[in-house]
Design a protein around this ligand. Sequence first.
Ligand code: BG6
Ligand code: MG
Length: 224
Amino acid sequence: MPIRAFLFDLDGVIVDTAIYHYQAWKRLANELGFDISEEFNEKLKGVSRTDSLDLILAHGNLSLPDEEKTSLASQKNQWYLDLVSRMTPEDVLPGVASFFAQVRKTTRSEGPLLTGLGSVSKNAPLILERIGLADLFDVIIDGNKISKGKPDPEVFTKGAAELGVNPDECVVFEDAVAGVEAGKRGGMFVVGLGSPDVLTQADLVAPSLEQLTVDQVFDQFELK
Ligand code: BG6
Ligand code: MG
């Protein structure tokens, strides 16, 4: 089976917005009278805004009516957007440019290696614009185009379908436990970016794209 496409998560893979999500959620939890740790935050990575809020409220033993939840989610998003609005192309994570340069140079008999974005963030288009990478991907699937967030595989299976490739011809790049699970449930080879102790379901783990080459991905995929 050849590799036909690379599907990338956005937050924590292409750009370090994961820290801004954490800061905004922490501020919200603090205003509600409790705290969240970095360890708890791992559960929020890759998870949609509404699902994240539900996890946080359960963590603080709070049960709130839907209208209040809508207003809290929108407050968090406003704080998050305040942080994101200061981002520039310099906030692209180290290694991204060099990894994409390798991707562009990769040509095989099956044709060029295709690329897609698979993010559950509704803010993905805005972030891509801010960091100057709106034209980087062949297809973009974001939170505005899906009905189920990670760990459901929809965001990646939709990306594969839009690129016209099969799931087992795709490699997913993910920093989140929920995202790794989404890729595996979608039938894809998954590269975890982070710690192997956290991303236990991934087929291959590297600290970030900076410590990874396209050749390493191809070699491990063929061993599977
Ligand atoms: C994911 C992040 O990419 O997007 C999550 O890892 C976030 O932390 C989710 O909750 C939804 O993002 P947004 O921007 O629509 O609130
Ligand atoms: Mg992520």
